[in-house]
Design a protein around this ligand. Structure first.
Ligand code: B12
Length: 213
């Protein structure tokens, strides 16, 4: 069984070969979706180490980019093992995007992969998306859910603008708004007026299924 603390540190230390070897052994064991989820969480924590080193001035933007590359390659291998639902019949529609000012999309893409595996139709409008793009996508696709992703502190203000704009367009009570990413918390969720917040993609998919059932 994989030692998630070792994996977390290896990612934090940008040891690409070690991460690859650990994941190779883990995948060869035929892990369950739950076991895979704990490995994804360890990767997320490894990225926190990367972020802390960046803040401390020991890592630079190039290191963030390298970490993103290692994480993206790792997640490509883990995604097929992460299924969070039956994935057969259509479950509902969600408009999902990273909010304006923010270009981080690794977490959004994990959430998207899990939503699709659970049977959702995901309208992914991409990164750095303003309120008008969310409003237009909601008008065009009539989703039950809207997902706002953001990891920067400034993303909170963008999330508030987007939710306010949904209100001004008369759409707010037609959708449940979920927010996620490193920047969210109970306080920010209340501030922006979201229905749900989380830093855990699998738990968020379960909540999404609850909303549409
Ligand atoms: C990789 C990375 C990058 C990569 C991003 C590549 C990419 N394609 O995404 C690159 C190099 C491009 C980058 C750029 C920058 N970054 Co950066 N980056 C990171 C890092 C190390 C990891 C982010 C990540 O992928 N985490 C792993 C994923 C899996 O976690 P997650 O996003 O939280 O997603 C999970 C959940 O939250 C949830 N989820 C995600 N979205 C959603 C949505 C919904 C609706 C739901 C329900 C759930 C959900 O599901 C996921 C899985 O469980 C973080 C450090 C950190 N602690 O996050 C810094 C960090 C976010 N970056 C930071 C900074 C400062 C920058 C730059 C400004 C650097 C610069 N000087 O240029 C730029 C910003 C550019 C911009 N305008 O956005 C700071 C932000 C500080 C702040 N408080 O605002 C951080 C926190 C680092 C730090 N500690 O200083 N970065």
């Amino acid at each position: 069984m994989i030692d998630t603390a070792v994996l977390k540190q290896a990612l934090g230390d940008l040891e690409e070969d070690k991460v690859e070897a650990l994941l190779g052994e883990f995948i060869a064991e035929g892990p369950s979706p739950e076991e895979t989820q704990s490995v994804v969480e360890a990767c997320q924590q490894g990225m926190e180490i990367v972020g802390d080193n960046f803040e401390a001035g020991t890592y630079f933007v190039g290191d963030l980019m390298y970490a993103a590359q290692i994480l993206t390659a790792s997640l490509e291998k883990l995604k097929p093992l992460m299924s969070a639902g039956s994935g057969q019949e259509a479950k509902g529609v969600i408009v999902l995007g990273t909010v304006v000012g923010d270009i981080h999309d690794i977490g959004k893409n994990i959430f998207k992969a899990l939503l699709e595996a659970a049977g959702f139709t995901v309208v992914d409008i991409g990164i750095d998306q303003p309120a008008t793009a969310f409003v237009d996508a909601v008008k065009a696709n009539s989703p039950q859910l809207v997902g706002l992703s953001g990891v920067l502190t400034l993303s909170i203000a963008s999330m508030k603008d987007i939710i306010d704009a949904l209100g001004e367009a008369g759409l707010r009570d037609k959708v449940k708004v979920m927010i996620g990413g490193n920047a969210v918390s109970a306080e920010t969720s209340e501030f922006v007026g979201a229905d749900y917040w989380s830093k855990n993609a699998a738990a968020s998919v379960r909540k999404g299924l609850e909303y549409v059932s």
